[in-house]
Design a protein. Structure first.
Length: 171
């Protein structure tokens, strides 16, 4: 299994989207790369801890490659927006790709370069080693499963489009 940490704005929708991808074995939401130890949601939201709402994604690369995962991730964000996704604004809603294995960096950089070429401009997506990840409170885990009508900045029909695209790539 491979693990990557993806910040895509509000982690509720990002987790819900990512956990439905073929090859994703587990997801967990939390707070990454901030300035304090083990923050609460209220601290991240109101006290400027510097953390990004992030999804830990554990996946099987024989089913879903890292480039495919990143391509799916890019479809869920505005890659040029700084500290804002959907209706959510603030440093905790920035976009980022955080890795624990330096071997992944060239793959991530190649995918970011492809995206920037396609856009014709630089992205606002951070690409950094994971400094730390603190799991969010239990009520945030699988939030949209527990609250199907909850807020999500990711279009709900996007998952079906992505699954069809991935099936076409693997046939």
């Amino acid at each position: 299994m491979t693990t990557l940490y993806l910040a895509a704005g509000c982690f509720w929708g990002a987790q819900h989207f990512l956990q439905q991808l073929p090859g994703v074995e587990a997801t967990r939401v939390g707070y990454a790369n901030g300035r304090t130890e083990n923050p609460s949601y209220e601290q991240v939201k109101h006290e400027g801890t510097g953390h990004a709402e992030t999804v830990e994604v554990v996946y099987d690369e024989t089913v879903l490659s890292t480039p495919e995962l990143l391509e799916c991730y890019f479809m869920t964000i505005d890659p040029t927006s700084v500290n804002k996704q959907g209706e959510d604004e603030g440093e905790q809603y920035r976009t980022g790709i955080y890795y624990t294995d330096p071997v992944m960096l060239p793959v991530i950089q190649a995918e970011l370069s492809k995206l920037e070429a396609k856009l014709g401009q630089k992205t606002a997506i951070e690409c950094k080693p994971l400094e730390q990840f603190f799991p969010a409170e239990e009520y945030h885990q699988d939030y949209l499963v527990k609250n199907p009508n909850g807020y999500c900045h990711i279009p709900r029909d996007l998952i079906q489009k992505v699954k069809q695209k991935l099936q076409g790539a693997h046939t």
